[in-house]
Design a protein around this ligand. Sequence first.
Ligand code: KG4
Ligand code: ZN
Length: 331
Amino acid sequence: MKILGIESTCDETGVAIVEDGTKIIANVVSSSADLHQEFGGVVPEVAAREQLRLILPVLQKVGGRKIIKNVDAIAVAHGPGLVGSLLIGVEVAKTLATVWGKPLIGVNHLIGHIYSCWLQEDSNAPTFPLIALVVSGGHTDLVLIGGHEKYKWLGGTRDDAAGECFDKVARILGLNYPGGPEIERIAKSFDSKIISHKFTRPMINENNFDFSFSGLKTQVAHRVGEQKLTKNKISEIAYEFQDAIVDVLVSKTLRACEKFSVKSVIVCGGVSANIKLINRFNAKLRKRAFKFFYPKKNLAIDNGAMIAAAAFFNKRFVRPETLSVNPGLHF
Ligand code: KG4
Ligand code: ZN
């Protein structure tokens, strides 16, 4: 079964065709991140206007009319996200489904991130039950998944999402948006043997599955204070900040895996593109029985392929006229 997946929840415009939820036939993503750089974060109006401009060219790049018309269903992320951005993907999907008479599937963007882990080249799929850590610019959630369509939310951030914290700390350090890749890049030049000062690990020992990252951002702001930031200083602070956030994410996820005796652990969402995070998980999981899954780097950030994959395994068909955007959608 071939599904066309459309993603437009934030600053990316993504369209893909995926076969049977695992095999990518085509995947095109266009980002407006460059346009938001000077503001240090996404400007909703700018993102939506850019998506309106890009959605048809991106659709065309995925394949000619004949190829797209041959899909068996159309899937679209209808939330959570920015209302203006969501409207573009959702209205395009509804129009295509109506005109071509195709079934339409509404997908929760967060569940889309989880299914990016089914898009593996070796068709090695995660096994249930599993714990998923969804870490993106808008979310940090731990979810227990008993099977397709069986989600139990365990906890999440009480303030900033992990990706949002990366973006805000990058801004404090004078780095570009999006901040995650920038912090990762500059942290590499720090010699970890000379680590001097440590940031705290918020909520790491609390007996729950919640997170809090805004205090970490404040710690960075205090540490920067009035001092002139040299390149060495920036790489030191970036390294220590990344180390702290990675520690908390890994520790709380592993605690959930142990408590629920799961078979697999998934880390997904934009922040899962962070090599330090993936390496720390790999190191900690070496002596444990859980199988570890994370998306390929280009599938960690928002894309249409993950939406098509999630739609295949969670076929929630809707009549086009009834599908509406849901900016606050959760698990
Ligand atoms: O999933 P995503 O593309 O969009 C949302 O659904 O929010 O995630 C974007 C977030 C941004 O906050 C960005 O800074 C972060 O993912 N990110 C990273 C890395 N690449 C992207 N964070 C840490 N390290 C990275 N390499
Ligand atoms: Zn996302």
